[in-house]
Ligand binder design. Sequence first.
Ligand code: DGL
Length: 251
Amino acid sequence: MDKNINRSVCFFDSGIGGLSLLYECVRRLPCVDFTYFADNFRVPYGALTREELISIADEKFTKISKLKPIAAVLACNTLTAQCIDYLRRKYPFEIIGIQPAIKPAAVCKGKCVVLATPSTAGSKSLKLLVEKYGLGNTEVVACPDLAYYIENNISELSFDKVKRFLPEKKAGSVVLGCTHYVFVKEMIKDFYNCPVFDGIDGTAAHLCEKIGIFDHQCERIQKISFLSGDTAKNRLVFNTLLMKGGVNSQN
Ligand code: DGL
């Protein structure tokens, strides 16, 4: 553990979406420092091409690699779907991504509907995931403007407005294929009236497993830094999560 002092796990998402995952990882790894990189003024990443996303991610990872991170987390389904293979080939540290939780959702009764950004919905990696775990009854639907709406209205999200971005489907289960959507998980559950899955717990568990730090006796104060994008907004949203006890808390 000593050798990791002053080093952190670096997170990257377009905007506030990845804060839901950051919260869960901070909670599980109290002895680890975290640095959050974002690009809020360029949301939505889901409207960009693979080439554009790779170029943005490469630029960000050049900065991240200078921090000699313990690991990097793509807290964004779009970046994971389009860039993780490229980044893993190029950078020498552990890179963890988030993928739609199709495996547990597809075993529910009825059709499994995956909601994702246009870029993720059209990606090869999601197609492979659906083939592998979708049990032949999984449909992927793009929600073009939902992440943008959430990013820009985080303090006043309304069910009536969120509804307008959701496709009418008869679903037996719904998978959130974008970290921004986690902020409206309860609304999505009310709209479809079925179980809703996200990849937060699975990805946080994967990070813990990969970096292998389980020392909960640590007495240092955990440091969480916000380094790019709208840092004031990201810190505020994160502090609100800390106060509420996470995105899905009813408090
Ligand atoms: N939060 C991201 C995701 O999980 C990207 C949303 C966006 O910027 O379009 O896909």
